[in-house]
Write a protein that binds this ligand. Structure first.
Ligand code: ADP
Ligand code: MG
Length: 484
């Protein structure tokens, strides 16, 4: 039996507002426990929430970025449930009239093909506090700092068919929200986490199978691993004559498995009703147009422009547009050196290699885009050869010189293209290598091409890497062949 996997994601994105969604308390990460929750966040009697306009603007910008319908009216509902880190006894969310309607996101797969994933809707809600299970000798500590932090929950259609597609979708969402600057996207700090809905069905069958929902997965890798485990579990269960039950599961990265948490509750268990303390949100066309005019160029548009206007391959365009910082760095390098292909090669090669080795992000690169662009320009105008360029890069990386020209000057790396000088070096190498010359002369003509490498190496060494390699090759061949 052939099985097909079906996946839908509910992604929670913490919006980068400075204060909470319904109060003026700070949202900063890492403060002392219980110092950043105010009476509104705790839902104490008599308080009134006030909607944070910035959270609305951020949600709408996301909607515009994924080409979603933005309904004129959206409404906040109370979702009632008990949880130790939810002192209000309900979470203010949007159940029936979310702020963002149906949209879609383009994902890019490993073979550079793309696929569209539909978004069902996205809604605003508040986060709850955090339960802390360590350091309390068998008891649980509650930190309410996170209570009331604005979240945008983005709900996809069940359009993904593999763990890879799910990870690519999550990456696409991550890249959109960070391009927009509406979230820091920091998954390790919980700024983005997702619930993964997984089911399987026999290949060719139209109806979906029963799904399990894996809660709060907080890394791209965990999403893939949780799905891989879950798919295998469900197939085995069905093939052994069992049935998948709709339930909530937890992924345990340590044991690489998912475990049942509770059976799924239905929407009516929550007794949703419109929040009487908050007015419906009404957005007019002018407001939407204002927000639309402030959208930056988005990842998919950048990717397309890198390919169509700058002539990059799909692969390069994809890698270089993945993060806004990477894209902006690359574009600056390209602007300074005037050659997109070279800029792409250097950013993905030498620069990314060095960044990875020292575990630095591109924002903290010791070599600036301006410096790298100028360095590449000196390769393009033949001031230095490729080998010297790597030395210049290393010097700039180590802070030994202000710019490429200064390093080239200080280290004497200027490429020697003067034919006379090159000829003199070649003559000397030939004079000092009688055995190799004899070997060259006595070998079969088709083998000589390979043997010339030795002489090229000696001349490059004599020039301390600065001779123009093409010229050295050409002149050497002439001189050696003249000795035959
Ligand atoms: P609920 O309201 O119970 O959470 P929804 O219908 O809103 O359920 O779906 C929640 C998520 O589950 C969505 O992302 C959706 O795409 C996904 N989903 C729904 N049915 C399936 C299924 N059979 N297999 C996989 N994912 C599914
Ligand atoms: Mg759900």
């Amino acid at each position: 039996m052939q099985w097909e996997t079906v996946i839908g994601l509910e992604v929670h994105v913490q919006l980068a507002t400075r204060s909470k969604i319904f109060s003026g308390a700070s949202t900063a990460f890492g403060a002392e426990p219980n110092t950043q929750a105010c009476a509104v966040d705790l839902g104490l009697p008599g308080v009134l929430p006030v909607l944070n306009e910035q959270a609305v603007a951020m949600a709408v910008q996301f909607g515009l970025a994924v080409h979603a319908e933005i309904p004129e009216v959206s409404i906040f509902d109370r979702k009632n449930y008990f949880y130790p880190d939810l002192p209000k006894g309900y979470q203010t969310s949007q159940m029936y009239h979310p702020i963002v309607g149906a949209g879609e996101v383009e994902i890019t797969l490993d073979d550079d093909t793309t696929k569209r994933i539909r978004i069902h809707h996205a809604h605003l809600e508040e986060d709850a506090g955090k339960s802390l299970h360590e350091d309390f000798q068998g008891m649980t500590g509650i930190d309410l700092n996170r209570a009331g932090t604005p979240l945008l929950e983005i709900v996809s259609e069940p359009d993904m068919r593999s763990a890879k597609e799910a990870a690519a979708y999550l990456k696409a969402i991550h890249s959109i929200v960070t391009y927009l600057g509406i979230s820091d996207g920091n998954m390790a700090e919980g700024s983005m986490r997702c619930d993964v809905n997984v089911s399987v069905r026999p290949k060719g069958q139209e109806a979906f199978g029963t799904r399990a929902e894996i809660k709060n997965v907080n890394s791209f890798r965990f999403v893939e691993r949780a799905i891989a485990f879950e798919v295998e579990r469900q197939i085995e269960l069905i093939e052994d004559g069992g049935k998948v039950v709709q339930e909530t599961r937890l992924f345990d990265p340590e044991r690489d498995e998912t475990r049942s948490m509770r059976t799924k509750e239905e929407a009516n268990d929550y007794r949703y009703f419109p929040c009487p303390d908050l007015l419906p949100v009404v957005l007019d066309q002018a407001y939407l147009e204002h927000l639309r005019s402030q959208l930056p160029e988005l990842p998919a548009d950048k990717r397309a422009r890198f390919q169509n206007e700058l002539g990059l391959s799909a692969y390069d365009a994809n890698v270089l547009s993945a993060s806004r910082e990477m894209a902006e760095f690359f574009e600056e390098v390209q602007r300074v050196c005037g050659d997109a292909k070279q800029a792409a090669n250097w950013v993905q090669g030498e620069l990314s290699g060095a960044l990875n080795r020292e575990n630095l992000s591109i924002q903290n690169s010791p070599v600036s885009a301006q410096q790298l662009g100028e360095l590449i320009r000196r390769v393009l105008d033949d001031t230095i050869n490729g080998k010297a360029a790597k030395q210049v890069f290393q010097a700039l990386w180590n802070g030994q010189g202000e710019n490429a020209d200064a390093v080239i000057e200080a280290k004497g790396l200027k490429q020697v293209t003067d034919t006379g000088a090159i000829e003199a070096m070649i003559d000397q190498v030939i004079a000092e290598s009688p055995a190799q010359v004899a070997q060259y002369r006595d070998s079969e003509p088709e083998k000589r091409g390979k043997m010339i490498g030795y002489f090229v190496g000696q001349v490059m060494k004599a020039s301390r890497g600065t001779a123009n390699p093409q010229q050295v090759n050409g002149v050497l061949k002439e001189k050696l062949d003249a000795l035959l």
